[in-house]
Design a protein. Structure first.
Length: 380
């Protein structure tokens, strides 16, 4: 495990995140040049939103969160095997080239909830960077802006078993979009549009609360998915290097105008590579590297730098962050201090036994052409 000495107190990270410049102007992605854009797979969740919300009883949510712990362990083993195979291919003479990089880009600024305003202290304004903090800390105010933008995703697989992931509200034309990892809404097994998971629901500002009968707070309710979009490179092949990402639109519960108006939305910066200084990585881990205090109910975050996972291997452009969050944090956003999403948590590295976590590295797919294709489909 790689432990680094913080350059600032942990509060500097919170200040940096809380003082992201506010704007109420959304931006759409640049048009994708046809016919070169990567393909995406689109699915529809047609079940009545009320029925889905009623399905998610506290007992089922508890099972979903418990299952999210074991899900990521199995996925980490699969991703580790794939990364090692790619590394071997990259080192081999005459290895097949990486899929063509079209260099597509898309960018949008973040938004705060309707009526919210940011304030800036002199100390925060003078902060040049956030600490390198690979040991995740609890988010202190998970139901306040800007933290409320993140939340818990719950869903059922084709066998009807409940599962959980993390995700975040993201800027879109509709104002009702959630970004997450591809494996949080589709198994990536070649089943196409019919393979998307069911009863996908987003709960922003989710927080454990043992003092209430349900055991949790979700004051903004349950936002049920409708349209679901993932790269075909994910749905067909389960590509963890370039395509473990997805987005879904949600229905608006009674009393709200949109998800972004209610809780805000992260922006995005797609096609900018894999190296970023001063990122904030968050999620709802059920377990971590040498940790026993994570329960999949509680929002955690790390800070530091993101970097190309393997500079010497052109087949592996994954984003790597030093962060000990694990099982259940999949889909959580990796953000710049400007509140722009540059990747989403995908997996960690397993030992040869396929079970034991190897280190505190946390990986996400590079958000380039595939991410641009997904956000443009969402905005179409």
């Amino acid at each position: 495990m790689r432990i680094r000495t913080p350059r600032r107190a942990a509060t500097a990270a919170l200040l940096a995140m809380a003082l992201i410049p506010a704007t109420l102007t959304t931006a759409t992605a640049a048009d994708i040049p046809a016919p070169d854009a990567p393909a995406v797979t689109v699915g529809v969740q047609s079940e009545d939103a009320k029925s889905v919300r009623d399905f998610w009883t506290p007992a089922r949510i508890k099972r979903a969160l418990a299952n999210s712990e074991k899900d990521d362990a199995a996925f980490a083993a699969k991703a580790t095997r794939a990364a090692r195979a790619a590394g071997a291919a990259g080192a081999a003479t005459g290895a097949a080239p990486q899929a063509a990089d079209l260099g597509l880009t898309a960018e949008a600024p973040r938004v705060l909830p309707a009526g919210s305003r940011s304030t800036m202290s002199t100390a925060a304004a003078e902060a040049e960077d956030v600490p390198e903090m690979p040991v995740a800390q609890k988010v202190p105010f998970p139901q306040n802006a800007p933290f409320v933008v993140s939340g818990k995703i719950i869903f059922t697989d084709k066998a009807g078993e409940e599962h959980g992931c993390s995700g975040a509200s993201i800027v879109s034309n509709s104002g009702n979009t959630v970004w997450t990892a591809g494996h949080c809404i589709h198994p990536g097994d070649g089943t196409g549009a019919d393979g998307f998971y069911d009863k996908i629901t987003f709960m922003p500002g989710f927080r454990k609360n043992d003092s209430v009968p349900d055991g949790y707070d979700a004051p903004w309710g349950k936002w049920v998915a409708t349209k679901k979009v993932a790269p075909t490179q994910w749905t067909a092949d389960g590509d963890v290097e370039d395509a473990d990402m997805a987005a879904f639109e949600v229905t608006v519960p009674a009393g709200y105008t949109s998800l972004s108006a209610a809780v805000g939305a992260v922006g995005y910066r797609f096609g900018a590579g894999s190296d970023f200084s001063d990122v904030i990585d968050s999620g709802f881990p059920g377990e971590g590297y040498h940790r026993t205090d994570m329960d999949a109910f509680t929002h955690f975050y790390c800070t530091g730098n993101a970097e190309d996972a393997f500079d010497l291997n052109p087949l592996d452009d994954r984003v790597k962050v030093d962060c000990d969050m694990g099982k259940g944090a999949s889909g959580g956003p990796i953000l710049t201090t400007d509140g722009q999403l540059v990747s989403a948590n995908s997996h960690y590295e397993a030992e040869e036994d396929g079970v034991t976590r190897k280190n505190d590295d946390l990986f996400g797919s590079e958000h380039g052409d595939q991410a641009v294709a997904v956000i443009n489909e969402i905005n179409s």
